[in-house]
Design a protein around this ligand. Structure first.
Ligand code: SAM
Ligand code: DTB
Ligand code: SF4
Length: 351
């Protein structure tokens, strides 16, 4: 049994970051293999259901109305359009469909419309995830009642660096929404962004805060900043790729039962760097040509990468059971021979 800790000190987390690269990778792989099939990667597809025009000032985000990024603000997509995209995502091999909206916090009438989308997407046999900004407790409950599986709400960076990145809300606001989401019985998807000019200590602070939440997030997206012209963070010095891999490895060690997602920024990474991230314990990706507003690797490229690395996709067939399928196919292959002893099926539920 892997023991889960929620009392990490900053020094302990930094000591992991400071390990020689090979030692850190070895430890991360041990933790990964103890809990998962190391060759299975979960695939989620993202859709921006409400793009741009956001009142918040997140310095990384192309969707803030405050920055001239050339992005056109759009209204909430219709149910038909969302369902069409969800069908396409399923046909391409995704197991989870994540709907993102550029809202600070949704109005109740927005939540009602998203709830309808959630029910319809779930009926296609996909896991559902939404990221809509700050939620009130009743809104989280309404989404849960509609069948939502996951709510994505990132802490984004360390508490002490947050004010440099976002001034229109507090770190505590993020923590409050996460609590409302957990109390509603939703699974949390919560991570952050690295490469925003933060220090190693602040990267450690992000992971420490995530691991010390009352429950480890079921999914932990690690985004590498996608630099978008017009945002205040465009032109930030690029993070050493090995430091990015270290961040993934430390996330794996601190949250051994969570799905660690290699998230935004893959389009700017070569295959070798992505392979190192999988070796460091990443076991989930966003799959499909687009993230929310920026690019992601082509589906064909990801399929080829999976084939070259001998990775297979995890496909969810029902709420409590995850099996593996080929990323290009629809036929579930079952968990036999994965070397996970069944642990991969339960890992998402166990965290
Ligand atoms: N508005 C909601 C919110 O902020 O929670 C949901 C959508 S927001 C775009 C979701 C997440 O996308 C952010 O928390 C951030 O982690 C990530 N994100 C946004 N812009 C990014 C960028 N340029 N590079 C990497 N991640 C980014
Ligand atoms: C997450 O952690 N990363 C995704 C998802 N959750 C919603 C969003 C990435 C956005 C990258 C910039 C864009 O495409 O607009
Ligand atoms: Fe708005 Fe979310 Fe972008 Fe911040 S990250 S500007 S809240 S869409």
């Amino acid at each position: 049994m892997t023991a889960l800790r929620h009392d990490w000190t900053r020094e302990e987390v930094l000591a992991l970051f400071d390990l020689p690269f090979a030692d850190l990778m070895h430890r991360a792989q041990q933790a990964h293999r103890a809990n998962f099939d190391a060759n299975a990667v979960q695939v989620s597809t993202l859709l921006s259901i409400k793009t741009g025009g956001c009142p918040e000032d997140c310095a990384y985000c192309p969707q803030s109305a405050r920055y001239a990024t050339g992005l056109k603000a759009e209204k909430l997509l219709s149910l038909d359009v969302v369902l069409d995209k969800a069908r396409q995502a399923k046909a391409a091999g995704a197991s989870r469909f994540c709907m993102g909206a550029a809202w600070r916090s949704p109005k109740d009438k927005d939540v009602a419309k998203v709830a309808e989308m959630v029910g319809a997407v779930k009926a296609l046999g996909l896991e559902t995830c939404a990221t809509l900004g700050m939620l009130q407790p009743e809104q989280a409950q309404a989404l849960k009642a509609a069948g939502l599986d996951y709510y994505n709400h990132n802490l984004d960076t360390a508490p002490e660096f947050y004010g440099d990145i976002v001034k229109t809300r507090e770190y505590q606001d993020r923590l409050d929404t996460l609590e409302h989401v957990r109390r509603a019985g939703l699974k949390t998807c919560c991570g952050g962004i690295v490469g925003m000019g933060e220090t190693r200590e602040q990267r450690a602070g992000l992971l420490q805060t995530l691991a010390n939440l009352p429950e480890h997030p079921t999914s932990v997206p690690i985004n590498r900043l996608v630099q978008v012209a017009g945002t205040p963070l465009a032109g930030t010095a690029l993070l050493d790729p090995f430091e990015f891999v270290r961040t993934v490895a430390v996330a794996r060690l601190l949250m051994p039962l969570s799905m660690v997602r290699l998230s935004a920024g893959r389009a700017e990474m070569n295959d070798e760097l992505q392979a190192l991230c999988f070796l460091a314990g990443a076991n989930s990706i966003f799959y499909g040509e687009k993230l929310l507003t920026t690019g992601n690797p082509d589906v064909e490229h990801d399929q080829a990468l999976f084939r070259r690395l001998g990775i297979h996709a995890m496909a969810v067939v029902e709420e409590s059971s995850t099996v593996h399928a080929d990323i290009v196919g629809s036929e579930a292959a079952g968990c036999a021979g994965g070397g996970c002893g069944g642990a991969c099926s339960d890992a998402e539920l166990a965290a």
